[in-house]
Design a protein. Structure first.
Length: 192
């Protein structure tokens, strides 16, 4: 089983912020799966499903932590232990300040790049050997503090483009489930 984890913060205050693009993608995937996330004793909300069109075993677990991004690692690690999912079978969806806005990149393993949600997850899993779908949110304008930028509500004029990006990111996740990580990564990065 593959765990698809969306990083973000809980509650309506953060729902429409750049820092919550991971949650937005999980919401889109749940909508496509025809279900909704339910509370789990690990401190997460989850939905399990599968893609019948995939050639290999395409069972998946969609999840978000009930806690704030900076402490999301322990609940996610607890959930993965419960389902016996190892780090290489985890795909984490998160915002990335170092990518241009709306750019998508798949990455396997590596550092956290200053992302506190990834730091929490790496610490709780005891491994950096998990996959990531990075969603570019760009750098803050002028001298704006990066924390203020990622937690600011996405302006109405930009929401439509974020909806397109969210849908594309959900397509990439489906590609990973259907074709495998390496092929999905090659397709994404070459534009095929």
């Amino acid at each position: 089983m593959k765990a698809i984890i969306g990083l973000g913060n809980p509650g309506p205050r953060y729902r429409s912020t750049r820092h919550n693009v991971g949650h937005m993608v999980i919401d889109e995937l749940a909508r496509r799966a025809g279900g909704s996330l339910a509370a789990h004793r690990s401190g997460t909300h989850v939905l399990t499903g599968f893609l019948p069109r995939a050639q290999a075993d395409s069972r998946f677990l969609l999840a978000i932590s009930d806690g704030y991004m900076n402490v999301s690692g322990p609940p996610v690690a607890s959930l993965c232990r419960y389902y016996k999912i190892e780090p290489p079978d985890i795909l984490v969806i998160h915002d990335d300040l170092d990518l241009p806005e709306h750019e998508l990149r798949l990455k396997s393993g590596g550092g956290e790049g200053g992302h506190n949600g990834l730091k929490s997850l790496t610490g709780a899993l005891g491994s950096k050997n998990y996959q990531r779908l990075r969603i570019g949110i760009g750098r803050p304008p002028g001298r704006m503090d990066p924390a203020d930028y990622v937690l600011a509500e996405i302006r109405a004029a930009q929401r439509e483009q974020y909806e397109v990006t969210t849908a594309k990111a959900a397509d990439v996740v489906e590609d990973v489930l259907v074709c495998g990580f390496a092929e999905a990564q090659a397709r994404l990065h070459t534009g095929n």
